[in-house]
Design a protein around this ligand. Structure first.
Ligand code: DCP
Ligand code: CA
Length: 329
């Protein structure tokens, strides 16, 4: 997957291979037994014939011959994977740094033109690599919920992402906040602003990767606000964690929950399904009567038909409701 990741171009064969490898890796991670043969590998969902052969090869010879023929540069691939593991660093940047002769994170740290996010990513690098146990995600969720309730008891705050899908540990914390019947940007921005100020005062939010800023146009329209930052629970020996907080319009809450609960592959499938039915699914809702031209490019936005609740969207798409823990595609 790393090989295809470094050589992919959006929409290319390699791009889809990365997606297929990811699906297979997720399926393999979920196993509670060791794969001992190609035949066993083939029985795993998402593992096709070719991949099963490669797994078989790994089991028998400890390596994959195809990588030798591809002139796979292991050092390049490993180094770029290391660079991509820094928050704020994408494939292109990683490749460019490797080309420039950078090999270690200290080489990267010495660069004069790092972005603010890359600096934060490097500062908290060791902490951010660590998975977050469910129990800690829960505690962090409660801190945010308490700040929301302090502002108004009616405000809802939910932890989504892999936590909501029931995973035993998570890469980061994704929190969605909404207030019943409130859709306009003005009020939502105020909610975000109050919650953030409270959490900063508490010393819970320690660094910001992305802060929403005020614009006049918020008054009249539903608007989504996203905060990204670094948080830490109070007390000794706590680890810095990456947290995303979203404040969203009540009318879009279902669509937002679907999107941020994921997983990403499940989102892709639902969007494709909507598109096959002449609809469009986004984090704002489900839209009907969407006209599409060549290569599925949409001609109009369509008419918003559902989005308040997740069930409403599943119903409108005429698919069986999937519980969050079933959305592991
Ligand atoms: N998402 C998506 N496509 C992306 C990124 C994210 O559809 N390219 C959606 C689905 C994810 C959700 O947003 O489940 C949250 O994104 P995360 O990257 O936080 O993923 P998870 O919470 O699923 O996993 P992790 O435990 O690694 O945080
Ligand atoms: Ca997450």
């Amino acid at each position: 997957m790393d090989h295809y990741e470094t050589s992919k171009v959006k929409g290319s064969n390699e791009h889809f291979k990365v997606i297929n490898y990811r699906k297979a890796i997720t399926a393999i991670r979920a196993l509670d037994y060791e794969i001992k043969s190609e035949e066993m590998a083939l029985k795993i969902p998402r593992v096709g014939k070719k991949l099963a052969q490669k797994i078989g090869e790994c089991i028998s010879f400890g390596r994959i011959k195809k990588l030798d023929h591809l002139n796979w540069d292991q050092e390049k691939s490993k180094t770029e994977t290391l660079f991509r593991s820094v928050y704020g660093v994408g494939s292109e940047m990683a490749t460019a740094w490797y080309k420039d002769g950078l090999r270690t994170l200290d080489d990267v740290r010495a660069l004069p033109n790092l972005t603010k996010n890359q600096i934060s990513g490097l500062r908290f690098y060791d902490d951010l690599l660590l998975r977050i146990p469910r129990s800690e995600v829960e505690q962090i969720g409660k801190v945010v919920e308490a700040a929301a309730h302090k502002l108004h008891p009616e405000i809802q705050s939910q932890v989504t992402g892999s936590y909501r899908r029931g995973k035993p540990d998570c890469g980061d914390i994704d929190i969605v906040v909404a207030r019943p019947n409130i859709d306009n940007g003005d009020e939502l921005f105020m909610i975000m602003d109050h919650i953030l100020k409270d959490l900063i005062n508490q010393g819970f939010l320690v660094d910001h990767l992305s802060l929403p800023t005020w614009e006049d146009s918020y008054a009249t329209r539903p608007k989504h606000f996203k905060y990204m930052g670094i948080c830490k629970l109070p007390g000794e020996n706590q680890i810095h964690r990456h947290i995303d907080i979203l404040v969203v319009p009540w009318m879009h809450l279902g669509a937002v929950l679907i999107y941020f609960t994921g997983n990403d592959i499940c989102n892709r499938s639902m969007r494709l399904l909507a598109s096959n039915r002449g609809m469009r699914l986004s984090d704002k809702g489900l839209f009907d009567n969407v006209m599409r031209g060549k290569i599925r490019k949409k001609v109009n936005e369509g008419r918003w038909v559902a989005g308040r609740t997740e069930r409403e969207i599943f119903d409108y798409l005429k698919i069986k409701y999937l519980e969050p823990y079933e959305r592991e595609c």
